[in-house]
Design a protein around this ligand. Structure first.
Ligand code: ADP
Ligand code: 5GP
Length: 190
């Protein structure tokens, strides 16, 4: 049994990463397991510890950094840390399954550097900044301040798209999911 590969899905917040990943995971041929990140942000309604994230205090997060338990971490928003636990990647790869990561743009670039040819990095691009803002407003999970913060950050992040192996525009969801599926199939069979 070979070791699993890594599929990195990055994009500005609100571009549809979680939506696309949820669809991809349903396709059992891809043998994908979601890498559960650690974060210091508060759970949103419906989110569960150990399912969506490992929710932790800033002190616990700092301890995880000090103990070398995270392969990468970012302060994605001021005071809000997100990081990828080493144990998640090892657990999933050792089962011979492929790891799918939902991580921010800088984190995506870092993980690609760490894993090289064992990783495929995919950038999900919004059709436009206006569409992105509308989607965040429709999702209704963030305050107006948080939405403004996310939209502002998006312009910088979109400029990083050329550092990824592949770019998928999320205009129509079903088209974006199909396209991403084909990229993953080609990669895991290569
Ligand atoms: P992310 O995980 O990148 O922050 P989400 O997956 O939460 O983004 O998507 C943000 C919002 O946009 C959600 O309300 C989602 O239902 C919606 N959405 C995602 N993809 C599309 C699409 N192609 N067309 C319209 N709305 C979409
Ligand atoms: P949210 O608060 O919307 O769940 O996530 C905010 C951002 O943090 C998203 O862009 C998401 O991809 C990113 N993120 C989630 N987990 C990680 C992680 O482990 N590392 C990094 N660098 N970013 C992450």
């Amino acid at each position: 049994m070979g070791k699993g590969k890594l599929i990195i899905i990055s994009a500005p917040s609100g571009c549809g990463k979680s939506t696309i990943i949820n669809e991809l995971i349903k396709n059992s041929d891809l043998k994908l397991e979601f890498s559960i990140s650690a974060t210091t942000r508060e759970p949103r309604r419906g989110e569960k510890n150990g399912v969506n994230y490992y929710f932790m205090s800033v002190d616990d997060f700092r301890r995880a950094i000090d103990n070398n338990q995270l392969i990468e971490y970012e302060e994605v928003y001021p005071g809000r840390f997100y990081g990828t636990p080493r144990s998640e990647i090892e657990r999933i790869r050792n089962m011979g399954r492929n790891v799918i990561l939902d991580i921010d743009v800088m984190g995506g670039i870092n993980v690609k550097h760490l894993f090289g040819d064992d990783a495929l990095s995919i950038f999900i691009q919004p059709p436009s900044i206006d569409t992105l803002r509308q989607r965040l407003e429709t999702r209704g999970t963030d305050t107006p301040e948080a939405i403004a913060q996310r939209v502002e950050k998006a312009s910088f992040e979109i400029a990083q798209a050329d550092k990824f192996d592949k770019v998928v525009v999320n205009n129509r969801l079903d088209v974006a999911v199909n396209e991403t599926e084909e990229l993953i199939k080609a990669f895991i069979n290569s």
